[in-house]
Structure formats: structure tokens, C-alpha cells
Design a binder for this molecule. Structure first.
Ligand code: NAI
Ligand code: 13P
Length: 419
């Protein structure tokens, strides 16, 4: 495991309880996630103090059959760029934590590689997702499985991480196959719009499968986390703090710091809506308008994210926008994400080549979420008569479908003072 970067590790080191501070960093590494969680979350610290010792024990002379029966099994549903990194993160922890089965199953939407080999076989042979995360070993305990039913069978914790447009179909295939006590988490940034109105992906999972579903969102460009560069994430939960802590436990590593927040809608809407703002930021880059303009677009976008989230769900908290899932994810995606990159190419070409074409050419099978999310947000805005309150969101969609030129992003996004 890579050491955390020095500046971060020394900061965290200085925050450790004094009784632990003298432990050299590499000795503390196995318990690092627990320590970090404790440092950043006092109530987590309290609840972990009782459970910490068993987690830290080695299995020694072999786990008893009884204990093995009660170990938690984790399946990751999805194996794209972020899906593969999520499996890697989780797999490093299931090996370390004795309450989890070592093996992490990862459902793969099967495809045939140019070599003629099936993607699943290539992943299992190389211990690497050669298409969506080349060059990164996932951990020997990650097992790719193209059979969805088999992949989820017996799992107690399900991690959903596919592009959002595929989730409705996946849920339909899983109806009746998941026990009610299974816990789920969604890492998916996006939403569905139904006749009744907008439906967040965690709600879709909960309602279709009859299970509880948390969310994990944050400033998490997958390729950077794959290289074990320090970053943070936010787990959004509804009521059950203990379940949120279990997810924090499963994902935390010395380089991936996870904070629980009781605001599932706020966390999920942050992750979803920032992709629309990232498309706008890409237009600004494509038009070479500079950093001030991009910062202005990000500010206006953040304001619309907050207003839209609160108009949909009055429970959404202001503080959520200051977590990793909020302003941090907005910044990283507007600087380095795929939505930004493809939108830049779209604007450079004057909007003549469609997003579908550019996505296929530039992302090689990876999927954008911002363009479809802009359409979904637009549907909600028009249906509710809110278009005039969200000029940036509306303009992004109108540019994406070719009704406005890319330059409209600054002309239309902010109401300017009357001259
Ligand atoms: N890549 C990143 O840096 C991050 C992505 N996310 C979110 O995670 C979610 C998943 O994204 P990635 O893992 O990056 O995926 P990706 O965009 O890299 O890959 C696309 C995935 O979709 C699968 N797929 C294609 N057609 C399908 C179908 N008909 N049914 C089911 N699956 C199909 C492909 O096999 C592949 O696994 C998205 O909501 C994204 O916004 C969140 C944080 C970071
Ligand atoms: O969500 C992301 C980073 O947190 C990734 O954003 P992109 O899909 O634009 O790459």
C-alpha cells in the first residue's frame, strides 16, 4: 500500500490522540482508516472504540466455520472506470477487516475486446480492467462475473456504480432477487425523470428492490484514486448512522477519507448536478474565455445546484455543499473531468459534432452523465415552471441540443444588470 503524501500524513499525524501519536506511521497504517474516521467524526470514534479490537485482530490459526458464515459479502454492480476503482478500494479493506469475506465480486457488462477475448476473462486473467482502468491491479480478491444474478447472489452489501441511464434496466432484472436486509450504496451521479417527477437513483434502487440505499459522492476522479492519490468523499445516509459507518469503514483507506452526512438527497444532488456545471465549464474552456469566466460559471452553477436541490427537497442542508460531494467535486470535475473535456471539444468545433459522436471517439466506451442530466433537469424545470430561475442549467441543455451556440453560456447564464 502506498504511503499517504507527506504533508497530509503529517497533518493527520498531528491530529491523532496523543497516546497513539508516538506510533510510527507505517505501524499505524493497518488501523489508519479507523483512526482517521475517529479524528474526523467524534460519534464514529465512540462507536468504533467498542468494535475496533476484533477488526484489528488477525484471523490467526484460521477463521471458524461459524464466523465465516456470518462474514459480510460485498458485490460491486458495475465495472467501468470508477466501478473498477471502487472494487479495488473495497477489496483492499475486505482483506484487512475480518468481518468481511475476502472476495469482492464485480459484475461486468460483458463485451468482446478487439483481441476476441471476453472482458470478464481478461479482467480475471490480468487482475486488471484492461479496457476501463488499464495499468492498475485490482487486487487478487476481485472476481469479475458477467452473470448479474450470480454476482449478487448471497451478497449482503451491494455497491451500485454504473452510468445512471442503465440503472432502471438493472433494477428490473434484480426485482425479487435481493433480500430485504441487504444494504446498498449508490456511487452513481445522475437521476431519472418519471411522470411523477424526478427520481434519484438511490430512490430507484430502494423502491424497486425494497432495500435501504445510501450514496457515496465526492471529488473522486477515478484515475487519480486508482493511483492512491489523497482524496475525500461523502457518504449520504437517511437515518441509520450505524449503516453509514459500515460503508465508511468499507471504503476508507489512508488516501481515501470518507465522511458520513445525514442528507442523502443533498449529497446525491450535488454529485448529479455538478456534471451539468462541468459541461458549462468545458464550453468556457473550448471558447478560451479564461479562468475568471470559468470561476464565474462555477459560482453561478453552485448557486443553481443549491437552489434546485432545496426546491426539490426542503430537507437539503446548506452544509452539504461544503463537503467533498459539493464544492470539491464541482471544482475537480470542472478542472479535470470527462464532461468538461468533451464539452471543450464540442465548443471548439462550434457545436457541429454531436456529444454522442465526441463521447464515442474520445472516451472509448466510458460514458458522460452531464448531457443527459442537463436534459433531465430541463424537463423538471419546464414541467414546474422554474426555467427562468435556472438560466445556466437551461442554457447548457439548449447548447447541447444545438438550439443555442456554445457562446450563449456566458450571454444567457447570468442575468446582467439593466444598462
Ligand atoms: N469515472 C469517474 O471518475 C467517476 C465516475 N462516477 C460515476 O460513476 C458512475 C459509473 O461511471 P464509471 O464507472 O466511470 O463508468 P464508465 O463511464 O467508465 O464506463 C461505462 C460503463 O458502462 C457499462 N455499460 C455499457 N453499456 C451498458 C449497458 N447497456 N448496461 C449496463 N452497463 C453498460 C460499460 O461496460 C462500462 O462498465 C457514473 O454515474 C459516474 O458519474 C463518480 C465518480 C467518479
Ligand atoms: O464525478 C467525477 C469526479 O468526482 C468524474 O466526473 P466526469 O464524469 O466528468 O469525469
Amino acid at each position: 500500500m502506498a504511503s499517504p503524501p507527506r504533508r497530509v500524513s503529517s497533518l493527520l499525524y498531528s491530529l491523532l490522540p496523543s497516546s497513539l501519536a508516538p506510533i510510527p506511521l507505517f505501524h499505524a497504517l493497518p488501523i489508519y482508516p479507523l483512526l482517521l474516521s475517529s479524528v474526523f467524526s467524534p460519534s464514529l470514534s465512540r462507536s468504533l472504540s467498542s468494535s475496533m479490537a476484533p477488526e484489528l485482530q488477525q484471523d490467526g490459526d484460521g477463521t471458524s466455520a461459524h464466523a465465516a458464515l456470518h462474514k459480510t459479502k460485498v458485490t460491486v454492480v458495475g465495472s467501468g472506470n470508477w466501478g473498477s476503482v471502487a472494487a479495488k478500494l473495497i477489496a483492499s479493506n475486505t482483506l484487512r477487516l475480518s468481518s468481511f469475506h475476502d472476495e469482492v465480486r464485480m459484475w461486468v457488462f460483458e463485451e468482446t475486446l478487439p483481441s476476441g477475448e471476453k472482458l470478464t476473462d481478461a479482467i480475471n486473467r490480468n487482475n486488471e480492467n484492461v479496457k476501463y482502468l488499464p495499468g492498475i491491479k485490482l487486487g487478487k480478491n476481485v472476481v469479475a462475473d458477467p452473470d448479474l444474478d450470480n454476482a449478487v447472489n448471497g451478497a449482503n452489501m451491494l455497491v451500485f456504480v454504473t452510468p445512471h441511464q442503465f440503472m432502471e434496466g438493472i433494477c428490473k432484472r434484480l426485482v425479487g432477487k435481493i433480500k430485504g436486509d441487504v444494504e446498498a450504496i449508490s456511487l452513481i451521479k445522475g437521476m431519472e425523470v418519471k411522470m411523477e417527477g424526478p427520481c434519484m437513483i438511490s430512490t430507484l434502487i430502494s423502491e424497486q428492490l425494497g432495500i435501504n440505499c445510501c450514496v457515496l459522492m465526492g471529488a473522486n476522479i477515478a484515475n487519480e484514486i486508482a493511483l492512491e492519490k489523497f482524496s475525500e468523499a461523502t457518504v449520504g445516509y437517511r437515518e441509520n448512522r450505524a449503516i453509514a459507518e459500515k460503508w465508511v469503514h468499507l471504503f476508507s483507506t489512508p488516501y481515501f477519507i470518507v465522511t458520513p452526512v445525514q442528507d442523502v438527497e443533498g449529497v446525491e444532488l450535488c454529485g448529479t448536478l455538478k456534471n451539468v456545471v462541468a459541461i458549462a465549464a468545458g464550453f468556457v474552456d473550448g471558447l478560451e474565455m479564461g479562468n475568471n469566466t470559468k470561476a464565474a460559471i462555477m459560482r453561478i452553477g453552485l448557486r443553481e445546484m443549491k437552489a434546485f436541490s432545496k426546491m426539490l427537497f426542503s430537507s437539503v442542508k446548506d452544509s452539504t455543499f461544503f463537503e467533498s460531494c459539493g464544492v470539491a467535486d464541482l471544482i475537480t470535475t470542472c478542472l479535470g473531468g470527462r464532461n468538461r473535456k468533451v464539452a471543450e471539444a464540442f465548443a471548439r468545433g462550434g457545436g457541429k459534432r454531436s456529444f454522442d459522436e465526441l463521447e464515442a471517439e474520445m472516451l472509448q466506451g466510458q460514458k458522460l452523465q452531464g448531457v443527459s442530466t442537463a436534459k433531465e433537469v430541463y424537463e423538471v424545470l419546464s414541467h414546474r415552471g422554474w426555467l427562468e430561475f435556472f438560466p445556466l442549467f437551461a442554457t447548457v441543455h439548449e447548447i447541447c441540443i444545438g438550439s443555442l451556440p456554445p457562446s450563449a453560456i456566458v450571454e444567457h447564464s447570468e442575468r446582467k444588470p439593466e444598462l
